[in-house]
Design a protein around this ligand. Structure first.
Ligand code: GLA
Length: 727
């Protein structure tokens, strides 16, 4: 919401002579054209500034590094004495790797143009203003347009680059960063999210040292290994205090994050394509557009940075009509029955789940394949017809019966959802026998399999059409209103480095066509859990299955890690059976449910027949509780009060958009004997207001934030969810 005194979109970009200032409510981003060289030089990215700025003394130039290597540059090109990593590296038609991109002109646009073929943040003229700076290299006839869009209410600046070959020969783009930012000399820490399958989004904080350090993905996709997100913070910055810069790349493919502290002590950060997988050739007149990178600035710590990203993504990235609406509580069949089912047992599972009060039933993997039935994970992908042994009359009879069931004792009919993995093919499939050339491969090299499957090459129009038609046919065949779109392997052999980005353009086209064609379907992304938890996917799918690890304690770290960049509304989180299938740990159902309630899409992933009597009795109430608090989780602000990495008592507060309600989650992991409990100090409340805290009494916002609540726990894996209401 716009605060009074906030910067309006029309005042957000100030151009004076050749100085450009982008202003948000609490941020200024300023750069200018160097009159001698035509290079764009950075002045400031941080808290608000106004009017004239002090003139910096010229850097001393001695030794091998000239002026260009000692200044802060907006779009460092290659080969003229800036020895730090470049934002752009072009192999010119004559073979040179030198560029000299100089300022030509600029334009200011109210609103934000779309990025051709790529997902992007969006907004109207009142939300966002865009500055496009046109650069040109007179020697190579290459043009580069840098787009800077500012969303003033979110303190967010979004940048992308478009490169056009205006010359007569072919050129190759070897490297292109969406964002390059040079920060002044100061000590900084960098934070990233690393992991692996079933171990996503571990927060990794380290000091930025002299030289290069970075991370990325060469898996073809954003991946579990590293997320396309970077935060730079001061060493003293905490969750709630200090400056934090957050960078989030709106891309699902291989990426690179490079952070380099140069010899002069300035820090350069680059986010964009992974240069090992680009080599993008441009013929005369052709262009390449980079994905966009979102940057947010906060002086309210890492938490403030996350909340800006969350708000921006909820309101200006996720296109689905379900972005902030209550999602139906679901039961997903995977961990309950895996591949072991038929039409009758699937119906029984739906019936039992409806009795517990779920609103959506999702049939996971295993429903398809005729000649090569998908009864295990070594066959069937690609053959998207129902398995006739399991579904002799197709899907419709099951779907019709399930959608007649009522959720609990309500009059709401159950919805039906289905799992698909349409970018893949098993060699054991009719599709592969028919179209072996449709898979990603590199000539004669063996096609390496993961989970007995190969990746279809979505860069091929015929493959795009196959996927669009297949998924459309499934959705038209029965009353299916939810899709879990899975993706369970990376890209191994590809015909050329550029095939990777070509794939991304193809899959984005497919996502765009299908989500536009079926806007009433609730789409969930998944890639062996969080292998593609990125802003690119979120443009099309409002939620993503956060991890294949459903152990509730593990999930606290994974979900809170993921929340560094992504809104809780985007996270799928389920109660699964105990002992947990990934860790073997047994955690009480209430704790499992409380952790899952912190995700926007809450559900169960178990066989209700295997619940104990106590668990069965508890689940309907937990579902109700999840539904009641869902609006705050989906639309509210999240405050990570205590982190699982640092405390035995992790805690999170969600405060509603209007500030009138809040809900606090607090957990105890290990038992405590004869020991005190910590006070949990709340955040984000109104100091002057009084809040009624469920079961505790009425307290001022001041007291709750400065003194805090003392929550007592019993035993290990105990949890509390407390509602707060402003009186
Ligand atoms: C992946 C997903 C799981 C499940 C299986 C089915 O691992 O992440 O949730 O759908 O595939 O094969």
């Amino acid at each position: 919401m716009a605060k009074s005194g906030s910067v309006s979109a029309s005042d957000a970009i100030v151009v004076e002579d050749k100085t450009f200032t982008l202003n948000g409510d609490n941020v200024s981003y300023r750069f200018h054209v160097d009159n001698t060289t035509g290079d764009l030089l950075s002045d400031h990215f941080g808290g608000s500034i106004s009017g004239a700025i002090p003139t910096d003394p010229e850097p001393e130039v001695n030794g091998w590094v000239g002026m260009i290597g000692r200044v802060r540059r907006e779009f460092p090109d290659q080969g003229r004495g800036d020895f730090r990593a470049p934002a752009i590296h072009i192999r010119q038609s004559a073979g040179y790797a030198v560029s000299e991109l100089q300022y030509q002109s600029h334009s200011v646009i109210q609103g934000k143009p779309e990025l051709p073929g790529l997902p992007a943040t969006f907004g109207g003229e009142d939300d966002v203003t865009t500055l496009v700076v046109h650069l040109y290299d007179n020697y190579s006839s290459v043009a580069a347009d840098l787009s800077y869009s500012i969303f003033p209410k979110y303190d967010a600046i979004v940048r992308s680059a478009n490169v056009t070959n205006k010359g007569k020969g072919d050129i190759t783009i070897e490297a292109l960063a969406s964002l390059s930012v040079d920060l002044p000399l100061e000590d900084l820490d960098m934070i990233g999210l690393r992991g692996d399958w079933a171990r996503e989004a571990r927060r990794e904080r380290r000091r930025v040292e002299y030289g290069s350090q970075g991370f990325g993905s060469t898996t073809g996709f954003s991946s579990h290994l590293h997320n396309p997100f970077l935060a730079l913070v001061h060493p003293s910055t905490t969750e709630s205090q200090g400056e934090a810069w957050g960078f989030s790349l709106v891309y699902t493919g291989s990426f690179a994050v490079d952070v380099e502290k140069g010899s002069q002590g300035l820090t350069r950060a680059l986010l964009g394509f992974n240069r090992n997988q680009l080599s993008w050739s441009l013929g005369p007149g052709e262009s390449l557009t980079s994905p966009e990178c979102v940057s947010v600035y906060s002086n309210n710590g890492i938490g403030g940075m996350s909340r800006s990203l969350h708000r921006l993504y909820r309101n200006h990235l996720i296109k689905s009509q379900f972005a902030t609406s209550n999602r139906p509580v679901l039961l997903n069949s995977w961990e309950g029955v895996y591949f072991d089912y038929n039409q009758t047992s699937m119906y029984t599972l739906a019936e039992k789940s409806a009795a517990l009060g779920t609103k959506l039933f999702v049939m996971d993997d295993g429903w398809f394949g005729k000649e090569y039935p998908r009864v295990s994970d070594n066959a069937g992908l690609g053959d998207w017809t129902p398995n006739p042994d399991r579904f002799p009359k197709g899907l419709d009879p099951l779907v019709s019966n399930v959608t007649e069931l009522k959720a609990g004792n309500t009059s709401t009919n159950l919805r039906f959802g289905i799992w698909i993995e349409p970018e893949m093919v098993n060699p054991n499939s009719t599709l592969y026998k028919k179209h072996p050339d449709w898979v990603m491969h590199a000539g004669p090299y063996p096609r390496t399999e993961r989970r007995q499957q190969l990746l279809l090459n979505l860069a091929l129009p015929e493959v795009q059409n196959f996927v669009i038609d297949t998924v459309s046919d499934i959705l038209n065949s029965a009353d299916i209103t939810y899709v879990k779109w899975d993706h369970n392997r990376g890209m191994h052999e590809s015909a050329s480095p550029s095939a990777n980005h070509a794939y991304m353009l193809g899959i984005y086209h497919v996502f765009d066509v299908l989500t536009t064609r079926f806007p009433n379907v609730l789409w969930e992304g998944c890639a062996s859990g969080g292998g593609r938890f990125d802003p690119g996917v979120l443009q099309y799918f409002p939620q993503i299955w956060t991890s294949d690890d459903t152990d509730a304690v593990e999930r606290i770290s994974i979900q809170l890690g993921t929340s560094l960049a992504y809104p809780p509304s985007a996270m799928g989180a389920h109660i699964s059976a105990v002992p947990n299938h990934q860790t073997g740990r047994s955690i009480p159902v209430v704790f499992r449910a409380h952790v899952a309630m912190m995700g926007g899409s809450f559900g169960l992933e178990l066989n209700p027949e295997e619940l104990t009597e106590d668990e069965s009795a508890a689940v309907p109430g937990l579902i109700k509780q999840a539904e009641e608090i869902a609006p705050i989780i989906l639309k509210g602000d999240m405050f990570r009060l205590k982190l699982p990495e640092e405390s035995n008592w992790p805690a999170v507060l969600f405060v509603s958009e209007e500030g009138d309600k809040a809900v606090m989650f607090a957990f105890q992991i290990n038992p405590t004997v004869n020991h005190a409990f910590p006070r949990i100090r709340l955040q984000g409340l109104d100091e002057q207001a009084t809040y009624k805290v469920e079961g505790e009494g009425e307290f001022s916002g001041k007291t709750l934030m400065n003194m805090g609540l003392l929550v007592a726990f019993e035993g290990d894996y105990s949890s509390k969810v407390l509602s707060l209401e402003r009186v």
